[in-house]
Design a protein around this ligand. Structure first.
Ligand code: TRP
Length: 361
């Protein structure tokens, strides 16, 4: 079977370091390993509109912010098809047929959708489109026969629903669709990188994000503000690692080369943690190290982003070409789906002939 990777992001803001360690960094590695037959990365504007229907300009502008972040991280359009969801009408059509395979009760049980409904105060005025976005996400994945989906942990329920839809479809209409596997980030720090305030999730509304496009001074200021162990008051005090955001970020970002370069007195992160827990290591020193690590990691990304900001027409061209290519692939799947569902009336003479036969000459 072909190895096909598909993933995507909602264009609701610039991408941040949580996106980076949670998925983007991995995508670039996978792209460069060359193990995939096809890689699709989608800017999910239609999904973004499910809870931003009244701010179309925001979604429109963020298409380019997200595309710039992709290019900045090293996503290569020679190896990856980058496309815009709304430009592929086949996805909408596929979603419509999938809707018959999912119950309202099943959607209501989706834990990610549940939390998101609460976060958006949608309890009383839930848009149908938002409620059903897991179904549209199943269409996104299956339209490209994606079998590897690198996303964050919060997307697990979407993948579960996709698998259920695939199984149901294949059981009812015959083997057409492929069950996807989620590819989770390598460690727990990357799985769910907290905001700089230590809050569970980085989010624009909480103002606790470090963006890939942040300037060096912004990064430094955010690291210095970062939540640590509130019980670690004096340098001599023993400190806690668990729930200490600075160490979570080091888990996600630091490599041995960083120790050699910026903190040679420690062999590795374990040695640094051990000293912190024993007492005698101040927060400032750890933060200065994290700042050095983040600056080193984010500088090339920021610089590439600035270079691509000068090539906006080129990026638009890549998105347009990618969308055309994606549409061809999705149409191919839709043809198979409609054949399997027996709604391909005019593809050949089978329909007319069979009906003529039914009613007699
Ligand atoms: N729901 C995803 C997110 O919020 C974005 C997305 C839309 C997606 N369609 C997808 C991710 C298909 C993977 C596959 O990040």
């Amino acid at each position: 079977m072909e190895k096909i990777m598909l993933t995507g992001d909602r264009p609701t803001g610039r991408l941040h370091v949580g996106h980076y360690v949670g998925s983007l960094r991995r995508r670039v590695e996978l792209q460069d390993m060359g193990e995939f037959d096809k890689i699709f990365i989608m800017i999910a504007d239609a999904q973004a509109l499910t809870d931003n229907s009244d701010t179309p300009q925001k979604v429109r502008d963020n298409i380019m912010e997200v595309a710039l972040d992709y290019f900045a991280c090293g996503i290569d359009p020679e190896k990856v098809t980058i496309f815009i969801q709304s430009q592929i009408p086949q996805l909408t059509e596929l979603s419509f047929y999938f809707m018959n395979l999912v119950t309202v009760a099943r959607l209501q049980r989706n834990p990610t959708v549940k939390t998101e409904i609460q976060m958006r105060n949608f309890e009383k005025s839930l848009p149908v489109g938002f409620f059903t976005y897991p179904i549209s996400q199943a269409a996104d994945i299956t339209a490209f026969m994606g079998n590897v989906v690198p996303v964050g942990e919060d997307q697990l329920p979407m993948l579960e629903q996709t698998k259920e839809i695939v199984r149901k479809f294949n059981a009812v209409y015959g083997d057409v669709l492929v069950e996807p596997e989620i590819l989770l980030p390598e460690n727990s720090a990357c799985l769910r990188l907290p905001g700089i305030d230590g809050k569970a999730k980085m989010s624009k509304s909480l103002g606790n994000c470090i963006y890939l496009s942040d300037e060096p001074e912004e990064i430094q200021a955010k690291v210095m503000r970062m939540f640590t162990d509130p019980g670690h008051l004096r340098v001599e005090d023993p400190g806690k690692i668990e729930g200490n955001t600075v160490f979570t970020y080091l888990d996600a970002f630091s490599r041995s080369a960083h120790f050699v370069e910026f903190l040679p007195e420690y062999a590795d992160l374990d040695a640094l943690k051990e000293h912190y827990q024993k007492g005698g290591l101040g927060d400032m020193k750890v933060k200065r190290f994290l700042n050095a690590v983040l600056q080193a990691e984010l500088k090339p990304i920021r610089e590439r982003r600035k270079a691509f900001q000068k090539k906006i027409p080129y990026i638009c061209e890549v998105l347009e070409t990618g969308s055309r290519e994606a549409e061809r692939v999705a149409q191919d799947t839709l043809d198979k789906v409609k054949r399997a569902m027996q709604i391909n009336y005019f593809e050949n003479d089978d329909f007319v002939n069979s009906q003529v036969e039914r009613f007699g000459k």
